[in-house]
Design a protein around this ligand. Structure first.
Ligand code: ACO
Length: 469
């Protein structure tokens, strides 16, 4: 346990270096290739792969639901890092994949703690499109830094099954779950006092039809809202950084990591940061980038969202920064697709995987989280300087190092099989009683799957054991 208690029961120190100590990801063992989907949907070659920047998309059949993917990733985190269930005092889920309007996924996850006898675990869930994972993370971080903290760890689970009705949004789906252990003396340490938030009421993407898994989405509006929220969070983040992290500029960050609905939007976002940075600091600058932006120095941000000429210039100017500071974080979103709440944290995991243990030391990260509707935040973190073999960072890298092999061993299925799986989910969503019919042979060891839904909507799950493989 990370903490010393004083004789009167209070903590001997305020927790320091709070952040992420451990991470694991679950993604389904099946994917559809976006080139197959382009052909199947009769769109022009390159529309999904180049136009949206997506290579593959993970999906699941009726055998998996939000409970099962959260069970899978949480159990995997506990096992792979040998975390005792008794050491957890807070567990919160971020998801927008809702199968019950009252009973939370968190309560289902309590099954993983039952045997240990630990039922003293705070936290329920957060829902607002892709932002819930970040809200859960902020709540866990706050709990650790609060007077309620008793020295135990927190777990945050961000998970979603991202499915869209057939049409232009469908190739921006995906499925994934991330579990993170939060506590002091972390591998990825959050910066205090600088998180910036922007929230507003808009109907860009929402799920008003409770009988359907699909969102109602205004794609172009959602893209604009994302960029607008980025502008606001960036400006506020740097106002705060000027006060509390003096000397911090955009150049201070080694990695700039975004929520990734599709990778092309992320590329446009880093491009936008070049403009925001210029507008914020143009007076002191004189270099090629700044000279090329000179004519935009008095532009109003609200006039720029559909300026294609400016977008093209920014994409060119930002290319080296994108390649160095953001592209490495897109490995998982490109091959899994949008994971909604899990997306930003899958990007963070991709970044960790792209570097060696020693090169990660002290790296500074800027993160942007967006959830339609809308809620967005920018925050920052630094990687620990402790890279000794028993450090949290070394353990974390060891655990996530199997991800490339896990991705390679997935089954590529045809676009027709993918469509059939989505049709089945669509027809049977929230049916009761229901007996799932999806094959279980494609599920990997350790995956929880749905065995039945009773006439009272009770869901039962089983876990694939190594003997079954
Ligand atoms: N080769 C290369 N590029 C191509 C091709 C081709 N053959 N065909 C089209 N493209 C490009 C287009 O030029 C366009 O590029 P641009 O964005 O630079 O203009 C891009 O592909 C997308 O094509 P469009 O026709 O503009 O858009 P589409 O109708 O395919 O819809 C959208 C894209 C809006 C992203 C849709 O997939 C969607 O609604 N997704 C869900 C909403 C979403 O993800 N929003 C983001 C923030 S909210 C969130 O996180 C959920």
């Amino acid at each position: 346990m990370p903490v010393n208690h004083m004789p009167n029961g209070s903590l001997s120190h305020w927790p320091s270096n709070v952040g992420i100590l451990a991470v694991d990801i679950y993604f389904p063992n099946m994917f559809v290739d976006q080139t197959d989907l382009e052909k199947f949907n009769g769109v022009s070659d390159g529309k999904y792969t180049i136009g949206l920047g997506q290579n593959q998309m993970a999906f699941c059949t009726d055998r998996e639901d939000i409970n099962s993917i959260c069970l899978t990733v949480t159990k995997s985190l506990l096992d792979k890092y040998s975390i005792s269930p008794k050491d957890i005092g807070f567990l919160m889920i971020g998801t927008e994949t809702i199968i019950d309007k009252s009973k939370s996924v968190k309560t289902v996850l309590m099954d993983l703690f039952a045997e240990s006898g630990n039922q003293d675990i705070e936290g329920i869930h957060a829902t607002n499109a892709c932002y819930g994972g970040t809200d859960a993370l902020f709540r866990a971080w706050d709990w650790i830094e609060s007077s309620s903290w008793d020295g135990r760890y927190a777990i945050v689970v961000a998970a979603d099954i991202a499915v869209y009705a057939s049409g232009p949004a469908r190739p921006t789906g995906g499925c994934g779950a991330i579990a993170m252990l939060i506590g002091p003396d972390a591998a990825v340490v959050f910066d205090r006092k600088v998180r910036s938030t922007y929230m507003a009421h808009v109907y860009d993407f929402y799920k008003p039809d409770l009988s359907s898994e699909y969102p109602t989405v205004d794609g172009p509006l959602s893209n604009m809202c994302y960029l607008q929220a980025l502008d606001k969070c960036f400006q506020l983040y740097f106002e705060k950084a000027n006060k509390y992290l003096q000397g911090t500029t955009l150049d201070s960050f080694d990695a700039i990591i975004f929520h990734a609905p599709y990778c092309k939007l992320v590329q446009k976002s880093i491009a936008r940061l070049v403009l925001l940075n210029y507008l914020q600091s143009s007076e002191n600058q004189c270099n090629d980038t700044y000279n090329q932006l000179e004519r935009y120095k008095n532009i109003k941000l609200e006039d720029t969202y559909s300026d294609r000429e400016l977008e093209k210039l920014l994409l060119t100017l930002s290319k080296p920064t994108f390649q160095k500071k953001t592209d490495p974080s897109l490995m998982l979103p490109r091959t899994i697709g949008n994971m909604y709440t899990a997306s930003l944290y899958a990007c963070l995991t991709s970044f960790l995987l792209s570097e060696s243990l020693d090169s990660l030391k002290n790296k500074k990260l800027l993160l942007f989280s967006y959830g339609s509707g809308l809620a967005a935040s920018m925050f920052s973190a630094r990687i620990s300087s402790d890279t000794s073999p028993n450090s949290a960072l070394a353990k974390m890298l060891k655990v996530v190092s199997d991800i490339p092999d896990r991705l390679k061993s997935r089954h590529r299925v045809s676009a027709k099989v993918f469509e059939e799986a989505l049709n089945l989910r669509e027809k049977t969503h929230n049916s009761a009683p229901y007996q799932p019919i999806g094959q279980t042979d494609n599920l990997s060891t350790g995956t929880f799957f749905l065995t039945s839904v009773s006439d009272k909507y009770h869901r039962t799950y089983k876990r694939i054991s190594s003997e079954e493989k």
